[in-house]
Design a protein around this ligand. Structure first.
Ligand code: ADP
Ligand code: MG
Length: 356
């Protein structure tokens, strides 16, 4: 059982901005709810402009609320009538471009947030945080002498050093090389977890979100559609938008059968109990790339129409007899040509359906 206390709660958050023509207001965030427990890492995932940074700025205390409230522990820090100053909130922020001070060395950058300590203790406390991000040998270096990944760890140490209750990270990997991102996301997760830090990050990259977060909220148009563990989002998307947004998949037609089953072109699947339907109904069934397995011995055939080499596997696009196209991940030693027919079978264990 999870007994951790709630650290951040956001209830019915709504924020708007003046419109471009200056005549009205446009809503950037609406009816947004989420809860983060102590030590948990949350992530808001959504495309550019959906309101992610606005939420972070509101938590920091840089945006007035139109309605709703933000609580840290059990104290309201923002509402329509209460607004605690940013420096009173014990919230740390890591910016997209890291925003390190270029004229200060690494140790001085971290010590900057430790003004409350006596001079003599400041450097040793900063050094302690440098060790925790495995950069103690870079104390005298200047930001421009560091790699992107190292700069990011300095920014993280600088945010952690004043020991805030909550750290917010705005697209923390977006300025880094692609191949670095996933590794650094894992590394950052380890650092945050080792120091029992509660964090909320925002990103448009699903792989980052899944690599780092305990809970992910899929955002669109200023709303969080589902706030859940990555596994649940992937296997039990609450609606069609999320099913489409997360992972690789297609919707195929299915007809509801007796005995809690649904029949699709590739065979019969068990319906989830809570999604039971009237017999004979036409519904849509989500087929993920990992629900389809290649099997040279299977009599069910599909034609390879496209393939993308991904290293360990191929992402094949396969055409069924009806013309429907589906995806499949296939180990890369099964290198089939485009136009070739290959055997497949269905291995879906979670069946996600939506009314047609
Ligand atoms: P994201 O971080 O997801 O890209 P933002 O929170 O930055 O999204 O922006 C959400 C929406 O609010 C966008 O339509 C953006 O143009 C608008 N917006 C953000 N900041 C301001 C501002 N200071 N003034 C007016 N509109 C803004
Ligand atoms: Mg943003």
């Amino acid at each position: 059982m999870n007994t951790a206390r709630t650290l951040l709660s956001i209830k019915g958050l709504e924020i708007d901005y003046p419109s471009q023509d200056g005549r009205g207001r446009v809503t950037a965030v609406k009816d947004l709810n989420l809860k983060l427990s102590e030590g948990e890492i949350g992530c808001l995932l959504g495309s550019s402009g959906c309101g992610k940074s606005t939420v972070l700025r509101a938590i920091c205390g840089f945006e007035p609320l139109k309605s709703g409230e933000i609580l840290l522990r059990s104290a309201v820090v923002s509402s329509t009538s209460i607004h605690l100053a940013p420096n009173q909130r014990k919230v740390g922020m890591v910016f997209q471009d890291f925003a390190l001070f270029p004229h200060l060395n690494v140790l001085e950058n971290i010590a900057f947030g430790l003004q409350h300590l006596p001079n003599a203790n400041r450097s040793s406390a900063a050094m302690e945080w440098l060790k925790r991000v495995a950069l103690s040998d870079k104390a005298d270096a200047y930001p421009h002498e560091l790699s992107g990944g190292q700069q990011q760890r300095v920014a993280l140490a600088r945010a952690m050093a004043p020991e805030p209750d909550l750290i917010l990270l705005d697209e923390p990997f977006s300025s880094l090389d692609n191949e670095l991102r996933e590794r650094l996301a894992g590394e950052m997760r380890e650092i945050l977890k080792a120091n029992n830090i509660t964090a909320l990050l925002v990103t448009h990259d699903q792989f980052e979100a899944f690599a780092i977060a305990d809970k992910v909220g899929v955002m669109t148009d200023g709303k969080v559609l589902q706030w859940d563990a990555p596994y649940e989002l992937y296997h039990k998307p609450a609606n069609r938008y999320i099913a489409d947004f997360i992972g690789r998949g297609v919707f195929v037609k299915g007809i509801v059968q007796s005995g809690g089953k649904v029949k699709i072109e590739l065979g019969e699947l068990d319906l989830e109990e809570d999604r039971s339907q009237e017999i004979g109904n036409e519904i849509e069934v989500l087929l993920r790339a990992d629900d389809i397995q290649h099997d040279d011995n299977s009599s069910m055939q599909a034609e390879v129409v496209r393939k993308t080499f991904r290293g360990a596997d191929f992402l094949y696009t396969l055409k069924l007899a009806s013309g429907t196209e589906i995806f499949a991940f296939v180990p890369s030693h099964h290198d089939h040509a485009i136009g070739e027919k290959i055997g497949i079978h269905l291995v879906a264990d979670h069946v996600v359906t939506f009314a047609d």
